[in-house]
Design a binder for this molecule. Structure first.
Ligand code: 4NP
Length: 147
């Protein structure tokens, strides 16, 4: 079955495009996109150091461009996946009345990691650590969707 899944972070240049890229590489039959709760980087490609770290793992992010998360996304996707609690709050603040689209933390799909969010590598500079978490979690998400 094809699902429509939206990955969301703050800037839409590090974590959510990496999650989209890692997930679509594993499960290309789904419809995916990513967005940022801020509009700071609209139309920009993913951040260079993240593209390089992902590319080293065979994950190509070069076609992705940043956009802002909008309320209409609740109607366009079956599942919205945020990277941290602040993302989830900013997403939920735009939920239309009556909409029941699930909004989950990406790390919910990787309980074995013990992580409760994906630390922002734009600040931590740990792009590989973020990708380790993201790859574990998209594997869990893929398994969840197949179950
Ligand atoms: P992201 O990382 O939310 O994973 O895309 C960020 C990228 C840029 C900024 C913040 C977070 N920024 O402040 O420009």
């Amino acid at each position: 079955m094809t699902h429509r899944i939206l990955f969301v972070c703050l800037g839409n240049i590090c974590r959510s495009p990496a999650a989209e890229g890692a997930f679509r590489a594993r499960a290309p039959h789904h419809m995916t996109d990513s967005a940022g709760t801020s509009g700071w980087h609209i139309e920009e490609p993913p951040y260079g150091p993240m593209q390089a770290a992902a590319g080293a793992r065979g994950i190509d992010l070069s076609d992705l461009r940043a956009r802002k998360f909008v309320a209409e996304d609740f109607d366009q996707f079956d599942l919205i996946v945020g990277m941290d609690a602040e993302n989830i709050r900013n997403i939920e603040a735009l939920r239309p009345a009556g909409n029941e689209t699930p909004v989950r933390l990406l790390t919910d799909f990787a309980p074995e990691t013990g992580a409760d969010h994906v630390p922002d590598p734009y600040y931590t500079r740990d792009f590989d650590g973020a990708l380790d978490l993201i790859e574990a979690a998209v594997a869990g998400l893929d398994a969840h969707l197949r179950a």
